[in-house]
Design a protein around this ligand. Sequence first.
Ligand code: 4AD
Ligand code: MG
Length: 465
Amino acid sequence: MGIKARTRVKEALSSKEYGKELTLKGWVRTRRGNKKIAFISLNDGSTINNIQIVADVPLFGDALLKKITTGSCISVTGELKESMGKGQNVEILAKKIELYGTADPSSYPLQKKGHTLEFLREIAHLRPRTKTFGAVLRIRHAMAYAIHKFFNDKGFYYLHTPVITGADAEGAGEMFRVTTLDISNPPMTEDNKVDYKQDFFGRETNLTVSGQLEAELGALALSEVYTFGPTFRAENSNTPRHLAEFWMIEPEMAFCDIEDNMDLAEEFLKYLLVRLLDQCGEDIEFLAGMYDEELTNRIRHVAENEFIRISYGEAVDILSGSGQKFEFPNHWGADLQSEHERFLVEKHFKKPVIITGYPKEIKAFYMKQNDDGITVRAMDVLFPRIGEIIGGSQREEDMDKLEKRIKEMNIPRDELWWYLDTRRFGTAPHSGFGLGFERLMLFVTGMSNIRDVIPFPRTPNNAEF
Ligand code: 4AD
Ligand code: MG
């Protein structure tokens, strides 16, 4: 069988079975050499490192070897040998080479090294073949797997929440409409509005901005659940930290208050960072060398130090007493801008910060109201270089208070009857949070643009494939 017969480059590189015959398959990074001998550097995505294939030119012929250019795909069977060359322990002495696919050097976009990340975004269909994106995608996989492992080991259940929904979880209204109506000629009601009763679902529907409301339904039955899925926001913010389609991890726990929620968030993030350093060392080292010398230290520093916990009020006091000039001056009641968040984390505390007790006006309707009548039990986790990486809260479990808030905020109550039922029937204190997966990826890879930590970024004017 093809796959069984193939050895991955990663395994071959760490093997000591000299003399053994192996078959490797992959894409050519470079070919160099002379009239007698050719050196082909091969990679199959299993590791950042390439394996050197040594090919005897007379044995294979110039005609074949000339077609083995950067980007071409080959299968090589040969003998594993200890290498005398610098920077590698083993090489493959080729006995048989099969050429699967050529890559014309005059048109292959990755013919040369050292492309800018901006250029690579334009050829997102080929960039997984670069060292940088190989490393990013392997780390992305390792982090996704670690997330599932963390929650599974804690007894949480993975809850699949819907992508298409009739609810606006964050009340922000920045949603993508889902419809099968003919938008150039939609059915109209008598009072001249689009008649969504005739749409596919018999109502208005959108892509979800968060699985939280459904996760709450799960938590109030299974106690501890988490979601991990794509979420969509139609905010037209073309920043290095926003995507229109991003992945979010949302744990939701019954019998859990804001303190427990903060403890879990901190434990969770540290767990991921420790596993990352343990399992993705080579990829991290490569990215650190290319983009961010401080990467490993920064990850270690966050993994090893306690996060600072302060209230929104304290944060505002620190900012106004700092003497620092901000583009957006801060005052009590205003949302913290990313420049404020980064000042607190990077300059003032030099550690991750969790801020709680935000004014209710700047937070979502579902957050638990404090007795002061002014603030809610929100929590934002702020990271160096990133700003907000997690947003969460204890939820308002009291039906009367929740209904009052929904009314104050002019949220259509009828659309949330199912959510409110959890407060009518067996309500319980509960909390949860959302981790933006790509924000985490920014932190762990040292990349500075969120478009470079997801395989196929969706941003304004960008959704070709
Ligand atoms: O703070 P947010 O909006 O919170 C929620 O959606 C809650 N329902 C979560 C919960 O309590 N279950 O988003 C959570 C996180 C942010 O902290 C940020 O990391 C990320 O999602 N995020 C984005 N990531 C990339 N692009 C965007 N446009 C993002 N918007 C939010
Ligand atoms: Mg938020």
